[in-house]
Design a protein. Structure first.
Length: 361
């Protein structure tokens, strides 16, 4: 006896089909294939600094910030993963931003988590966040909390450049939140706090007896305290990193690393959606492993290669590269190297979904 086609077994009457369509309903077996759609499989990729530099120099020469349309109004070159078309990964956005001498990137705020990592900076290049001016010196990391006003002011005589890192693809695409930007009525927000204020509140001393008033969050507020404004000076971070390398054993996969912690909690991740670490490699190749989180790297100093699957991404200072999820990878520095590691691992951990393993021999 011939078996009946499963499609025929699931065939519905015209009456049932019309009833479903009239009420915007579909049976599960017809929609299951529509779940899990993605832009495409991410590819390992690298953006060489010499190419980024030439591109941002051209943009700076051609496009004054004042000529940009309202909205983002930032002069940025954005590394694009070809499988995605709009960012380096489907959760993390990285851009290289420049502000010319005398320019201001106008004040705005947004619901996305953000930070700045300085490439070329000085004490007269400042990002103003929540009323405080934060100097942007080389390799400093400055946080931009959700819904805090921020602008970038270059009072020096040299162009400043830095990394912008945000969870924009996650917020705009995955969460479909389009109303996440607001422009300030002024080009520059008023400076209302002395330099060092936020550091004084989130360093070793904390405000005493500070309690929540129990009020309901407003339209641009969440139900938890966002990561506060904070400047992680590179001198202190590098000293701590080298002390770790002199006194502790390396992680087999990441060498010697220190996480940038949330100043309000003293723990990682820095943001609910992204984690960051300074990573020193100096003892030959790391052990291969893989995980289901994205990792993006910026080369602070040194050179070497990161092997991703069968591909070798050869890097040097200020290059940017990405390791896609589930790809076996390891680092092979040529001497000593320091990387800034960025990952969306906190998103996976929040869903109890993070997985990591070494390849079977």
């Amino acid at each position: 006896m011939a078996q009946q086609d499963p499609e025929e077994l699931l065939e519905m009457s015209t009456e049932t089909r019309e009833l479903l369509e009239e009420n915007n309903l579909r049976p599960l077996w017809e929609v299951e294939d529509d779940f899990g759609n993605t832009f495409g499989d991410m590819e390992p990729d690298i953006w060489k600094w010499e190419d980024i530099q030439a591109s941002i120099d051209g943009i700076e020469s051609d496009v004054p910030i004042a000529d940009l349309p309202p909205g983002f109004q930032r002069r940025v070159a954005v590394p694009i993963n070809t499988a995605l078309g709009n960012a380096i990964s489907n959760t993390i956005y990285v851009g290289v931003q420049t502000v010319s001498p005398g320019e201001t990137a106008p004040s705005h705020r947004h619901g996305a988590n953000a930070l700045r990592y300085t490439i070329n900076g000085n004490e007269d290049m400042k990002t103003v966040v929540a009323g405080e001016e934060f100097p942007m010196e080389d390799n400093d990391l400055v946080t931009t909390p959700q819904w805090e006003w921020h602008d970038h002011v270059n009072d020096s005589d040299e162009t400043a450049a830095w990394l912008d890192v945000l969870d924009l693809p996650l917020v705009l695409d995955s969460l479909n939140r389009k109303n996440v930007f607001e422009n300030h009525e002024l080009e520059r927000q008023p400076v209302t706090k002395t330099q060092g204020y936020w550091d004084s509140q989130y360093g070793r001393g904390r405000p005493a007896d500070e309690k929540s008033d129990g009020s309901i969050p407003g339209p641009f507020e969440g139900n938890r305290e966002p990561t506060p404004p904070y400047r992680f000076g590179w001198d202190e971070m590098e000293e701590s990193l080298r002390q770790r390398a002199e006194n502790d054993d390396p992680d087999p996969h990441d060498g010697y690393s220190l996480a940038y912690v949330n100043p309000a909690t003293g723990q990682e991740p820095l943001f609910p959606t992204m984690s960051f670490r300074a990573q020193l490699l100096n003892e030959g190749p790391t052990d291969p492993h893989f995980h289901n989180a994205v990792e993006v790297y910026f080369v602070i100093e040194g050179e070497g290669a990161t092997h991703v699957g069968d591909e070798a991404l050869e890097w040097s200072q200020w290059d940017i590269f990405v390791v896609p999820p589930d790809e076996i990878h390891h680092h092979e520095p040529d001497g000593e190297a320091i990387l800034l590691g960025m990952t969306d691992r906190p998103v996976f951990e929040a869903f109890n979904f993070y997985a990591e393993a070494e390849p079977s021999s």
